[in-house]
Design a protein around this ligand. Structure first.
Ligand SMILES: CC(C)(COP(=O)(O)OP(=O)(O)OC[C@H]1O[C@@H](n2cnc3c(N)ncnc32)[C@H](O)[C@@H]1OP(=O)(O)O)[C@@H](O)C(=O)NCCC(=O)NCCS
Length: 173
């Protein structure tokens, strides 16, 4: 058997159960070692069908899918949108930003180039000159990945109750 075929495509509403399952697979190993309560909160409050339904109205969602004998399986998700359309408040930001809100690859498929392919696709969809993203303080694996892709740290947003957010930016052209 050869290497599995990995395809990128825009997400559809029917993918939402696969996003929820992806969150349950990738969020605990990523954030559990940083703050277990935060990882649980992410799954309970942010990786839910309702939140994805709302998010798909304002943000672009891209998936990577592996095709095999059992059919196609969603193994990664990237989302991109504008800060001004987020339901969250960002008092430290003046103006708008294009933001990659999510880039998550199933742990069984890390290191196979899927994150790189999704990021390149996201970058090709940026209308302005810059792409922004947030990384949770302590997520060193993601920091390393983003640095290797040309993102630089711009600011840290402290949170008294949860890990800080670190904003990174890449100038694209
Ligand atoms: C971070 C993540 C998206 C990367 O996706 P991936 O598919 O595993 O990454 P790739 O296989 O495309 O790796 C691509 C490159 O990044 C490099 N890289 C990966 N981790 C790295 C690290 N910690 N430091 C430096 N380089 C790193 C690899 O060496 C590889 O380089 P190459 O293309 O020159 O060989 C993925 O590991 C993931 O989903 N992590 C958990 C969830 C997460 O933290 N998401 C980010 C939230 S902000």
């Amino acid at each position: 058997m050869g290497d599995p075929v990995i395809t990128l495509r825009p997400a559809v509403h029917e993918d939402i159960p696969a996003f929820v399952a992806l969150g349950r697979a990738v969020v605990p190993p990523t954030y559990g070692p940083i703050d277990a309560a935060y990882a649980q909160r992410m799954i309970d409050e942010w990786w839910t069908p309702d939140v994805f339904t709302r998010s798909m109205q304002t943000n672009a969602h891209l998936v990577a899918e592996v095709s095999g004998e059992m059919g196609a399986e969603v193994v990664a998700l990237a989302t991109i949108g504008r800060l001004a359309q987020s339901y969250r408040e960002f008092p430290h930001v003046a103006g708008d930003r294009e933001v990659m809100w999510k880039l998550y690859v199933h742990p069984d498929h890390h290191g196979r180039g899927i994150g790189s392919r999704l990021l390149a696709e996201v970058e090709s969809r940026v209308e302005g000159d810059e792409l922004w993203l947030e990384v949770v303080e302590g997520n060193e694996q993601a920091f390393g990945f983003y640095r290797s892709k040309g993102f630089v740290e711009v600011e840290r947003v402290p949170d008294p109750a949860w890990p800080d957010d670190v904003w990174m930016r890449k100038v694209l052209r």
